[in-house]
Write a protein that binds this ligand. Structure first.
Ligand SMILES: CSCCC(=O)C(=O)O
Length: 110
């Protein structure tokens, strides 16, 4: 096994060094439109996804076991944990702004 392979199996989200901030608004983010489009395209990750909302708000849509969308509105003070293998997407609400603390290493697998 390559050293890198082993790294891929570590629970990155548990390492405080791996956390970063995501300031999602047109003024603060390069390629804002493209990022938003990507976030709203249904996808899953090879890691659990943990997001803590510091400011603003937005919607996570997650698929239930019958493939129906469940819409989760997150606001400042909310924490969301998406287990590995949960199809999801994200978009802003009318506030048009969200600031999230997030796990830094995310591997999009689809
Ligand atoms: C804007 S935070 C959530 C975006 C997302 O779906 C992801 O990072 O996988």
């Amino acid at each position: 096994m390559e050293e890198n392979d082993e790294d891929q199996r570590l629970p990155h989200h548990r390492d405080p060094k791996e956390f970063d901030m995501l300031d999602l608004c047109p003024e603060k983010m390069e390629n804002y439109e493209e990022k938003l489009r990507n976030f709203y395209t249904e996808h899953i990750h090879g890691d659990e996804e943990i997001r803590y909302c510091l400011e603003g708000s937005g919607y996570f849509d997650v698929r239930d076991k019958d493939d129906r969308w469940i819409c989760i509105w997150i606001k400042a003070g909310d924490l969301i944990v998406l287990p590995i293998g949960i199809y999801h997407r994200f978009t802003l609400d009318a506030s048009n702004y969200v600031k999230l603390r997030s796990s830094g290493l995310i591997r999009i697998v689809n």
